[in-house]
Structure formats: C-alpha cells, structure tokens
Design a protein around this ligand. Structure first.
Ligand code: HEM
Length: 174
C-alpha cells in the first residue's frame, strides 16, 4: 500500500477512535460514575446493565486498542519520516507526552476500572437473581466498589483530558 494511504488510514482510525474513547471516558468519569455512586443500589443496577448486557467494557477496550495501536504507528511513521531529531522538537515532545498520558489511562482502566466495574456488575446480578434486598455486608461492598470506581473514573478522565490537550496543540508547539 502507498505510504500516504497508510498514513491517512492510521490518522483516520486514530482520530475517530481517539475522540470516541476520550469522550466516553470523560463522560463516564465526570457524569456517569458520580451519578451511579449517588444513587446507591439502583445505580449499581444501571452499572450491571451497561457492563453485562450492553458490554460497555468491550466497546471501551476496542476503542482503546485502536487508538493506541494507530497512535504508535503514527509515531513510528513520523519518526521514520523526520528522523530521531523529531522527538526533540516541540511537536515531537508534546505528541510523546500526550501518548504517555493516554497509555497511563489505558493501564489504569485495565488494572482498576474494568475489574471493579466487573465485580460490581456480578454482585448486582447475584442480588437481583436472589430477588431480595442486599444484605448489610453486600450494601457495604457495593459502596466500596462504587467509591473505587468513582475515584478511578475521575483519574482516568483527568489523564484523558491531558492526552487530548497535548494531541490538540502538539503540532503548533514551537
Ligand atoms: C486519548 C487518546 C488520544 C486522542 C484523543 C488522540 C487524538 C489525536 C488527534 C486529534 C491527532 C491529530 C492532531 C493533529 O494533526 O494536529 C493526533 C495525532 C497524533 N497522535 Fe494521538 N491521540 C490519542 C492517543 C495517542 C497515543 C496513545 C499515541 C501514541 C504514542 C498518539 C500519537 C499521535 C501522533 C504521533 C500523532 C501525530 C500524527 C501526525 O503526524 O499527523 N496519540 N492524536
């Protein structure tokens, strides 16, 4: 395939997947998880619907993989086109910083957000299947998981925003 076509394809995938991934994480971190935490067990039921039925984690993982793989390809293509000195230009440094923020977001998502939302979804499903109110122990566990998800969601939203800011201005950084 022609070099320009590969570059355009990588940019297309990168910008479309990156915008969708970043937008979803910012919405989840700043609006959805605070709302889920504030509404207690009924919020947990919404979480269960999103995670187990609508497979939100699969959607987020796919966008994350597409963004990072296409970003690394673009990075490699820029490096080979402009040489290693590109890394030390304002643009090179800022794209690198943005990429690092995005990769940190991905690590946080895979290590904390996803397992926590999965646990919460499973717990809510078992409570729903039993057809009873959650026990005191279960309610405490729901609260603990919702707090963790809230904090990790906020951290992921801030890291994503930093990545978006870097990606948005990098080309024009002197
Ligand atoms: C939150 C995740 C991300 C978003 C929303 C995002 C968004 C964008 C956008 C909108 C551009 C176009 C900027 C322009 O042309 O001025 C861009 C370019 C770029 N991104 Fe990202 N990006 C993300 C993550 C990453 C990651 C993980 C890497 C990997 C290191 C990366 C590497 C790059 C590179 C090298 C370019 C420049 C491509 C070129 O020379 O045209 N990005 N990104």
């Amino acid at each position: 395939m022609h070099g320009t076509t590969v570059f355009l394809l990588a940019r297309f995938v990168h910008v479309v997947a990156g915008v969708a991934w970043a937008g979803a994480l910012i919405f989840i971190g700043w609006y959805l998880t605070p709302a889920i935490r504030a509404t207690g067990p009924s919020g947990g039921a919404l979480m269960q619907q999103l995670v187990r039925v609508q497979r939100l984690p699969v959607y987020l993982m796919t966008l994350m993989a597409l963004t990072i793989l296409s970003g690394l390809s673009l990075f490699w293509l820029d490096l080979t086109a402009f040489g290693p000195a590109w890394m030390h230009t304002g643009a090179g440094r800022t794209f690198s910083a943005g990429g690092a923020f995005a990769i940190l977001t991905a690590i946080l998502g895979v290590a904390v957000n996803m397992p926590t939302s999965k646990k919460l979804g499973t717990l809510m499903a078992s409570i729903q299947a039993a057809g009873k109110q959650p026990s005191a122990e279960q309610a405490a566990e729901i609260g603990r998981l919702q707090n963790r998800l809230y904090r990790a969601g906020q951290a992921a939203a801030v890291l994503t925003l930093l990545a978006v800011i870097c990606m948005g201005v990098a080309r024009y950084v002197p």
